[in-house]
Ligand binder design. Structure first.
Ligand SMILES: Nc1nc2c(c(=O)[nH]1)N[C@H]1C(S)=C(S)[C@@H](COP(=O)(O)OP(=O)(O)OC[C@H]3O[C@@H](n4cnc5c(=O)[nH]c(N)nc54)[C@H](O)[C@@H]3O)O[C@H]1N2
Ligand SMILES: Nc1nc2c(c(=O)[nH]1)N[C@H]1C(S)=C(S)[C@@H](COP(=O)(O)OP(=O)(O)OC[C@H]3O[C@@H](n4cnc5c(=O)[nH]c(N)nc54)[C@H](O)[C@@H]3O)O[C@H]1N2
Ligand SMILES: [Mo]
Length: 702
């Protein structure tokens, strides 16, 4: 037992969220008595969101898993008995050794995701171990893979615009992002810009919380962003609104973009987007003539066939108008390019070139009885992820998880829908109980998270989990004997120019550091080009192939060898599935305000603030089905169903329904949730799951 005196520790919110808040843990007599926002942090400024404002309570939640558990009933029954760590690790070792002997290590599939964003405990925490083991590689394209790929192809691994510079902007487009719910610490900067005269535009098929606050809401048809952006480009060129000098000096492929846009007028875009042609033209004119203009793009637009192409088209806009010239202008998408030592943390050099890669979004197919995989998956190891809530086609995944020959291990805080199907459940630590460093995908700071209290029961961190597993499997490499302190100090490349003048000591003293780029009042990274692309230019036409993965360096590494020349400049015109008359409504399932993906959906206070599962439906669609305000309805298609409270509202366009995601299916009256209705298809562009390419109907509950 460490005996911590009463004191304050630095915290870093571990959640998969662009805001990456710096926090302060208050500890009294070894107990976490308060979690506050760190007022010194320039981006998050001491405010915590609805999810973590009482984070200390979460640490002491009565339902937390405190000990290793072994299944004692049928899979999914939720019946478990407590066992020792030694017994749990023995069982894993024995089962895996047997599987490796009979079927090879590739019969084991690691399923980790971004439930934790720390460098020690996050998405990459299992890489080194599983690379050493030689298991299949779990490719991760659930989130932002199209966003990231589009950005890489167009402007390269640049941080893009600084969110703190938004105060200088006079025209802000929040494109496919519900800022007030999902990136709420950006909002004060947007508000400040507005006070100084900026116009705020939101591009979103429905009137989200954020769209409701905008000066202009462009309520386009789902998945039609590429058409909107291409028509804007058409207008910019046609009306001579481009910055010809910037285009000439700092871009590649203007002629190709021009000929692509020439074929696509605002009138044509009106038919695809539902936005009147004149409004599209006005948007283009205002965008070009109101500098500094900045675009913040979220993941909303990527969940469709052609979605990645659409985002790439959006990404061309700032170079065309020369928006990059200004502080507070340009594009903010995925500022993830901080110098992490993935080479040490993930050990991509241990991956064998022939090792099988399985995209985790295909998990429904992969686990099914008729899977043709050779070897078939015999063991699934899940951490930082709630597969049954988050991956598409969850009813089929559930069938797979019931397979008696599948050995499933889940490391978790709570008995989630997924953990209920585990053979073994392992208790994990929360952020106040372990050390870590957290980088952000929404701003330019890196934050330290200090262990403030001892973990409850026998919970261990992911870093410790993989150390223990490595020991059991007989791996003696230094990577597996390093303690957290050693991992912390070596996890960033302090020699990188981006961290010049900064140090781990400074991080320890301050709780956070800003990467070494100029101040938000001066930062205009591409005022004179300097794009980190192969050509050094903003690439309207990109020679880069389509990369498959998101953030995971092994994947990047793996995919580097497989890049092919891909024509990316084709017109990204909206593709719509043939709508069947049985399921005429398109279902969008964005994030819930008071949950973090599926986290907190089991916590009474958050459920109260979020409200039960609802579905937004347009009055015309409701009348057709005799559905009334507040009525409990069934949302269904041929894949599954869930029950939801109908909210009849013109916030959503006719033909589209919205049900936010994250609710646990086990708590739904019809035992369903958003992903019971989605299909396991992925786009060619970056392997993005087509979550919103989902068609449903809504009916009365019988
Ligand atoms: N409160 C809260 N915050 C979160 C999360 C959470 O679960 N809850 N999750 C975190 C994670 S993992 C992520 S990735 C981020 C995501 O944050 P965002 O990027 O904001 O993503 P979403 O909320 O999924 O969707 C954003 C908006 O896109 C809209 N949209 C849907 N289809 C389209 C389209 O075709 N075009 C356009 N232009 N818009 C469309 C949706 O209606 C929605 O309002 O949020 C993070 N922050
Ligand atoms: N229909 C639909 N599906 C979606 C989305 C959508 O908008 N609509 N969004 C997609 C997106 S953007 C994302 S990012 C994914 C999110 O998918 P996931 O990353 O799977 O997100 P969560 O559902 O929050 O599950 C994370 C789990 O990790 C656990 N966890 C957190 N920290 C730790 C830790 O330190 N150790 C261990 N062992 N466990 C931990 C949490 O308790 C939680 O159960 O979902 C995707 N799925
Ligand atoms: Mo995400």
């Amino acid at each position: 037992m460490t005996n911590h005196p009463n004191r304050t520790f630095f915290g870093a919110c571990p959640h998969d969220c662009p805001d990456g808040c710096s926090m302060l843990y208050q500890v009294e007599k070894g107990k976490l008595t308060g979690v506050r926002g760190n007022p010194d942090h320039p981006f998050t400024r001491g405010r915590l969101c609805v999810k973590v404002k009482d984070y200390e309570k979460h640490h002491y939640h009565a339902d937390r898993i405190l000990y290793p558990l072994k299944r004692s009933g049928a899979k999914g029954s939720g019946k478990f008995e407590k066992i020792s760590w030694e017994a749990a690790l023995n069982e894993i070792t024995n089962r895996w050794q047997e599987i490796i002997r009979d079927r090879g290590a590739e019969a084991i599939l690691p399923y980790g995701y971004a439930g934790n964003m720390g460098l020690l405990n996050g998405m990459n925490s299992g890489d080194a171990f599983f690379n050493k083991l030689g298991s299949s590689i779990g490719e991760k394209t659930f989130c932002a893979s199209a966003l990231l790929t589009a950005q890489l192809m167009t402007i390269g691994p640049s941080l893009g615009a600084d969110p703190e510079s938004f105060v200088h902007a006079r025209f802000i487009i929040l494109w496919g992002t519900n800022t007030l719910s999902t990136n709420s610490h950006l909002w004060p900067f947007v508000q400040e810009a507005r006070k100084r005269g900026a116009k705020i535009v939101v591009v979103d098929p429905y009137r989200s919380r954020t769209a409701a606050q905008a000066d202009l809401h462009i309520a386009l048809r789902p998945g039609s962003d590429g058409a909107l952006a291409l028509a804007m480009i058409h207008t910019l060129i046609d009306e001579n609104l481009i910055d010809a000098d910037y285009v000439e000096k700092y871009t590649l492929g203007f002629d190709e973009l021009k000929s692509s846009a020439a074929r696509f007028t605002a009138a044509q875009a009106e038919r695809v987007t539902g936005i009147p042609a004149e409004k599209i033209k006005e948007l283009a004119r205002e965008y070009a003539s109101t500098p500094p203009a900045v675009i913040r793009v979220g993941v909303g637009a990527e969940r469709y066939p052609g979605g990645g192409q659409g985002i790439r088209t959006v990404d061309c806009l700032p170079a065309l108008t020369g928006a990059w010239r200004h502080v507070g202008g340009g594009l903010l998408q995925m500022p993830v390019f901080v110098p992490v030592r993935f080479d040490l943390l993930s050990r991509p050099d241990w991956v064998r070139s022939e090792t099988r890669v399985i995209n985790l979004a295909d998990v429904a197919d992969v686990l099914s009885d008729d899977s043709t995989l050779d070897p078939p998956i015999k063991s699934l190891f899940i951490w930082n992820a709630n597969t049954l809530s988050q991956a598409p086609d969850s009813n089929r995944i559930e069938q797979g998880l019931k397979r008696e020959d599948l050995f499933t291990v889940v490391s978790e805080y709570f008995l989630t829908d997924t953990a209920r199907y585990a053979d073994l459940v392992l208790p994990a630590t929360m952020a106040g109980e372990h050390d870590d460093i957290v980088t952000s995908w929404g701003h330019f700071y890196i934050a330290l998270n200090q262990k403030a209290i001892d973990p409850p029961g026998e919970a261990i961190s992911n870093a410790e989990l993989f150390r223990r597993l490595a020991k059991c499997m007989g791996f003696n490499d230094e990577r597996f004997t390093q303690n957290d302190e050693e991992l912390l100090t070596s996890s960033l490349d302090w020699n990188s120019p981006m961290l010049d003048g900064l140090s781990f000591d400074l991080l320890k003293r301050n709780g956070f550091i800003r990467v070494n780029v100029s101040s938000p009042d001066q930062y205009a990274p591409h005022a004179e080009g300097n794009f980190p692309t192969p050509s050094g230019l903003c690439e309207f036409k990109s020679a880069l192939g389509q990369t498959g993965g998101f953030v995971a360096p092994i994947l990047r590494q793996m995919c580097e060898g497989r890049q092919s020349e891909v024509a990316i400049e084709q017109a990204p015109v909206h593709v719509r599935n043939t709508v069947s008359s049985d399921f005429p409504l398109q279902l969008l399932t964005p994030k819930s305000h008071a949950f973090l993906n599926s986290e907190y959906a089991n916590v009474a206070a958050k459920l109260k603030s979020q409200g039960e599962q609802f579905v937004l439906i347009h009055p015309d669609d409701a009348v057709l089905r005799s559905i009334h305000q507040g009525e409990e309805v069934l949302v269904y298609n041929d894949k599954g169903e869930f029950s939801a409270k109908a909210r009849v509202t013109d916030a959503v366009q006719s033909g589209v329904v919205i049900a936010t995601f994250g609710y646990w299916k086990s708590r739904n009256k019809k035992q369903g949730a958003a992903n019971c209705l989605t299909s396991a298809g992925r786009d060619r562009f970056a392997g993005t799951p087509l979550y919103y390419n989902t068609y449903v109907n809504i009916g009365k509950i019988s």
